[in-house]
Design a protein around this ligand. Sequence first.
Ligand SMILES: [Zn+2]
Length: 317
Amino acid sequence: MYDKATNETINHYFKVHGIYTDRCLEPTEKCQQPAIRSHSIPCGTVLGQLSYEGHVVMAQMKLKVPPPNIIEFKYIGRNKATTFSGLCGQHDNDIFRSIDDRLPDLSDQTHLFLLAYRAVLREYYVVLQNAVRFQSTYRKRVELGLSPGTEPCKFGMFALSHLCNAYECYEYKRHIDLAYLAGDWSQLNHHVLLIKNQSPSIAVSSMFSLDEVDAPETPRVTLSVFPTESDVAVVFSAIPSDSPYVDTYLHRLLTSESYLQKYLLSKLILQSCDNFVIDPQYYDSMPQDRKDAICQFYVNTILETAEDHEDARLYLF
Ligand SMILES: [Zn+2]
């Protein structure tokens, strides 16, 4: 998959960085404070508007022994929803206060950058957790004699693929870190949509990659969705080198009329995003077969997308 030097670089990186998974991932990489559980979707504004009796609805893994595990959409406390341990309290506040205390201003390039930056930080935190977890499990297998450790096996390759993914995500994050430190907001391009007269039903803060796109490096895009006063704001962000691929990928969605646009956006969220909340009152108002269709599509597209799958029940608005 990678040449020897790249593998050694990745191994070195994990020796240096992978041990402490609760470290603050702030952009100067100097902070020694432990990370706190901070919200990737602002609690006071967005979650406050979407929650009902202190709860929102999220996709959750229901661990089962033996596997397979089950995904279900369930109520989760607003204070816990969408949190991740990627920043200390000071850095979370210093970096994101301007989009936490009030709703982001869609005409402010700093706010648009910060929306994407938070999705990048959260994604990096998630893939780092996974990489460390799978590598640790693989090492345990080697220790117990269940994997050879001296030659490739499927468990070792699985762990390695997650290490590589985390390393690539780290390189992407560093690009955004350095842009943030320089105040260079031009390092992200945005598409901003306003869904007019739309009552709030969901919020999203997620980053995903366009794995099917033929490009030298897999393009990535962040998506933020949040309710404004009477509309719903949708922001896609990408680095300049990924933008041509992202623009092509989003063309149909960006140019569709309202009803189709909401359908395409719902499908994209369900198949590509892992960090979104649904208003419980909106969710509870859906007929059961619609809830089932949404959950099934979410599960079916965890490992691969299903662009051709059409189902009129897959609406999140
Ligand atoms: Zn910090």
